[in-house]
Design a protein around this ligand. Structure first.
Ligand code: BTN
Length: 244
């Protein structure tokens, strides 16, 4: 990972550049990284606040030989790699909220956005964007309640380059394990870091709101929600709120 690194001090979005590089056939493991994004994007077409030299704004390009339906597994793998790196580089204990938010003391410190270039049902490229709030001391008012940074939670400034290095090492180890042994070992690790398992939750999907208990994830990383009537619903995409 990271043998080809594309760095620019300011970009619109590292995802946008990564798409161009992927279409031009850049090698697997290429990293696009910047100090500042002017149009950073998050899930569900939201904006991603990416101020100058405070966070890690990075996209990883992969060319795995997997079906499109398996790609959520790579988002979960990335979350595990980032949690491990934060644990290694700081005194913090982050948790994962399905599918891809990393929380520290209940607030979001990391977001992951996975995008695809596919032909029929086979993946050509996966572009995994990660936004990590590292050294911010303050957030704009509309984010204050929900967002945090490693600095706010630990009281210490972190070296962004060192964290990137550790993430790439952890990511490579997990990705090689995934290619060799499949999703099972990654799933176990993910579950050990998850904050939403066996908890009552509200899932807001594009088709409406569902309530129940998060009882696990399936082999594709899809969330399994047990409703009050005992029926198990598969949740492919949603915002999750913890109710207990
Ligand atoms: C989320 O909504 O939680 C996902 C946020 C992903 C943000 C990262 S920052 C680097 C990459 N470039 C983008 O424009 N977005 C992702």
């Amino acid at each position: 990972m990271g043998r080809t690194i594309h760095f620019e001090p300011v970009v619109t979005s590292t995802q946008k550049i990564a798409h161009q590089l992927a279409n031009d056939g850049t090698p697997e493991g290429t990293i696009v990284v910047t100090d500042e994004q002017t149009s950073g994007r998050g899930r569900m077409a939201r904006e991603w606040h990416s101020p100058k030299e405070t966070g890690i704004w990075m996209s990883i390009i992969l060319h795995p030989n997997i079906p499109v339906s398996n790609t959520p597994q790579l988002t979960l793998l990335t979350a595990v790699a980032i949690v491990q790196a934060i644990e290694e580089e700081t005194s913090l204990t982050p948790h994962i909220k399905w599918p891809n938010d990393i929380l520290i003391n209940g607030k979001k410190a990391v977001g992951i956005l996975t995008e695809l270039i596919a032909e029929a049902d086979r993946v050509h490229s996966v572009i995994i964007g990660t936004g990590i709030n590292v050294n911010q001391e303050k957030f704009p008012e509309h984010l204050e309640e929900i967002a945090t940074s490693l600095k706010i939670e630990s009281g210490k400034k972190s070296d962004r380059a060192k964290i990137i290095q550790t993430i790439l090492l952890r990511f490579e180890t997990l990705y090689l394990l995934y290619l060799k042994e499949g999703f099972k070992p990654i799933k176990l690790l993910w579950e050990s870091y998850s904050i939403s398992m066996n908890k009552p939750i509200t899932a807001r999907t594009l088709n409406g709101t569902l309530q129940g208990e998060a009882i696990g994830i399936d082999d594709n990383g899809v969330l399994l929600l047990k409703k009050a009537d005992g029926e198990i619903e598969k949740i492919y995409s949603a915002d999750i709120e913890l109710n207990g």
